[in-house]
Write a protein that binds this ligand. Structure first.
Ligand code: COA
Length: 293
């Protein structure tokens, strides 16, 4: 089976107007590309307008779709409101908000300045809140029949994780917001869901999370029961489904796409995987012998 194949039919997102925060690079760019291929108009946002414009032209040339570059620092509510107005001016309406913009780096927590901690909270939690609030108010005021919020979280949103504490704290908040609004805003036709991706290599994240030769020392594929990292198209397939009308009954859900990575860390006896096959006969005999002693 080819897990890098494209999943949905060609026109699955035709007529949809989508905003992808942090869409200029990495996973945001990969999801944007697939949304364009499926017929959506996509606005990508980040702080770096030049990079966004380059990405937008590249993706338009590759897909034939319409990709709009809008500068926006999601930490500032006034910039988010202005971004929404630019998107509405260009597309006429907006159907989907994909809160993908994030910031993260590894550090022992006690080494962080208060500002360093705030920087991550501001990008991840406050940024997702700013976009969610601005788009939600717009959808409710304009009585739009159906719209979708899709948040990118992480499996450590519920387990926590050492050395990325600001990110874990912020993503836990985003997950709580996802589930809360799934109930509160369903009456306005707004669905809220999340994806928790496992290791999907991108330059931006890998340089911050596994700098230097840490990449070789901590091969994340080895932590995954399926023994590989994710392919960007696998995430794009899931995201496209979750923003499409095919998932109209999916609301308040977080879907983990990590090859089983977090569960491998969680199960108390999962480390027994290290036991070679030939030892199990001996172990079984030892256990059974105990029955008669
Ligand atoms: N260790 C400790 N502190 C760090 C740090 C590190 N590796 N990197 C940044 N900081 C601190 C800075 O020193 C500063 O604190 P200070 O003012 O007390 O000195 C604070 O964090 C803000 O850093 P700054 O570079 O001014 O913020 P920024 O807004 O320009 O950058 C980041 C934000 C740090 C998150 C940056 O990595 C970024 O822009 N990332 C976006 C993309 C990304 O992270 N992608 C990966 C997602 S998984």
């Amino acid at each position: 089976m080819d897990f890098t194949a494209k999943m949905l039919r060609d026109d699955a997102l035709k007529g949809k107007n989508i905003v992808v925060t942090g869409g200029g690079s990495g996973l945001g760019k990969s999801m944007t590309k697939y949304f364009l291929e499926l017929g959506a108009n996509v606005a990508i946002t980040s702080r770096d307008l030049e990079k966004l414009k380059t990405t937008a032209s590249e993706l338009e040339a590759e897909t034939g779709g319409k990709c709009l570059a809008v500068a926006c620092d999601v930490r500032h509510y006034d910039q988010v409101e202005a971004m929404l107005q630019s998107v509405l001016a260009e597309f006429g309406s907006v159907d989907v908000l994909l809160n993908n913009a994030a910031g993260n780096f590894i550090s022992p927590t006690e080494r962080l300045s208060a500002n360093a901690f705030d920087t991550i909270i501001d990008i991840v939690l406050k940024g997702s809140k700013n976009c969610t609030l601005a788009f939600g108010k717009h959808w409710i005021d304009s009585k739009q029949a159906s719209s979708v919020i899709l948040n990118i979280v992480t499996t450590y949103a519920w387990t926590g994780s050492a050395y990325v504490v600001p990110s874990a704290t912020a993503k836990a908040g985003v997950l709580a917001m996802t589930r809360s609004l799934a109930v509160e805003w369903a009456k306005y036709g707004i669905r809220s869901n999340a994806i928790a991706p496992g290791p999907f290599p991108t330059k931006g994240a890998w340089d911050r999370l596994l700098p230097g030769d840490l990449k070789d020392q901590f091969d994340l594929a080895k932590k995954v029961p399926l023994k590989r990292v994710g392919d960007h198209q696998e995430l794009a397939n899931l995201a496209a489904y979750m923003v499409s009308d095919f998932s109209a009954y999916l609301n308040g859900e977080v879907i983990t796409l990590d090859g089983g990575e977090w569960l491998k860390g969680a199960g108390q006896f999962n480390l027994l995987e290290a036991i070679p096959e030939e030892m199990w006969d001996m172990l079984e005999a030892m256990i059974k012998a105990k029955k008669n002693s």
